[in-house]
Design a protein around this ligand. Sequence first.
Ligand SMILES: Nc1ncnc2c1ncn2[C@@H]1O[C@H](COP(=O)(O)OP(=O)(O)O)[C@@H](O)[C@H]1O
Ligand SMILES: [Mg+2]
Length: 251
Amino acid sequence: MEPPAGAAYTDTPAADLALQVRSLYRYYQTGTTVVRALDGVSFDVKVGEFCAIVGTSGSGKSTLLNQLAGLEPATAGIVRVFNRDIAALNERELVEFRLQNIGFIFQSFNLIKSLTALENVCLPLVFKGVNPSLRKKAATVLLQQLGLQNHAGHLPTQLSGGQQQRLGIARALIANPRIIYADEPTGNLDSKSAQETLKLLKKIAAAGNKTIIMVTHDEHLAQYADRIFKISDGKLVAVSRGTISDNVNKQ
Ligand SMILES: Nc1ncnc2c1ncn2[C@@H]1O[C@H](COP(=O)(O)OP(=O)(O)O)[C@@H](O)[C@H]1O
Ligand SMILES: [Mg+2]
C-alpha cells in the first residue's frame, strides 16, 4: 500500500531505500550562540525517487545536503546512503564512496573555465582512472543525449546558462552515480531554462532509476519532484507530493 502523501517514512525494505535519515542534528557554535541548522530531521527516500527540499534562506537546506553527502560530521543522528552508515566511513572511504555513488550539481555550475565542454564532462572519469578514449566516448554520448553535441569543443563562457547547467548535469551523470544531489540547480537560470532543467532531472530520475535530491527555494519548481520535503528552522515541517506529473518522457 502507498504511504500517505505526508509520510516522511515509507514501509519500503531498507534494501530499496536510497536514504535513511534518523534524528539528524547539526548545530553550529558561533561565539556564545548555537545555531540549530538541523534540529532533529528524519525521513526516507526510495531508490529512484526525485525529491525536492524546500525552505526559505537559512532554513537548513544546504546543511542537510552536506550531511547527506558526508561532507561534514553530524552533531547527532544517523544518515544511511544505500544502507551505508556514512558516519562509520573514514575520510578516504568517504571520498571513494562519493566517487562511486554520488553526483553533484551546483547552482553556479562549477565548470572549469579553461576546459572545453567535453573535457569538463570527462573530469569525474579522470578521478576514477578511466582511460582517455573511454572517457571521450562516454562524454560524447552524454553530450549527445543532452543536446550539446555541437558544443563539445566550446568553453563554458561560450555557452548559455541553461547549456552550462546541462553540462553540469552531464558531468554529474558520467560516472553513473546512483544518487544525485543538486543545490539550487536553477538558481542562476531564467525561468524557461529552469523549467527545462527540472524536466530533464525528472526524466533522468524516471529513465535511469536514479535518485535525485534537489534543494530549491522555489516552491513552484519543487512541484516537478515526486515528493517535497519542507524545512523550516532546521526541522522537517511538511512532506507532500509534487503536483506536476506531465509525462516528460514524451517530450
Ligand atoms: N559553517 C557554518 N557556521 C555557522 N553557521 C552556519 C554554517 N553553515 C550554515 N550555518 C547556519 O545554519 C543555518 C542554515 O544554513 P543553510 O543550511 O546554509 O541554509 P539554506 O541552505 O536553507 O539557506 C543558517 O542560520 C546559517 O547561517
Ligand atoms: Mg543553501
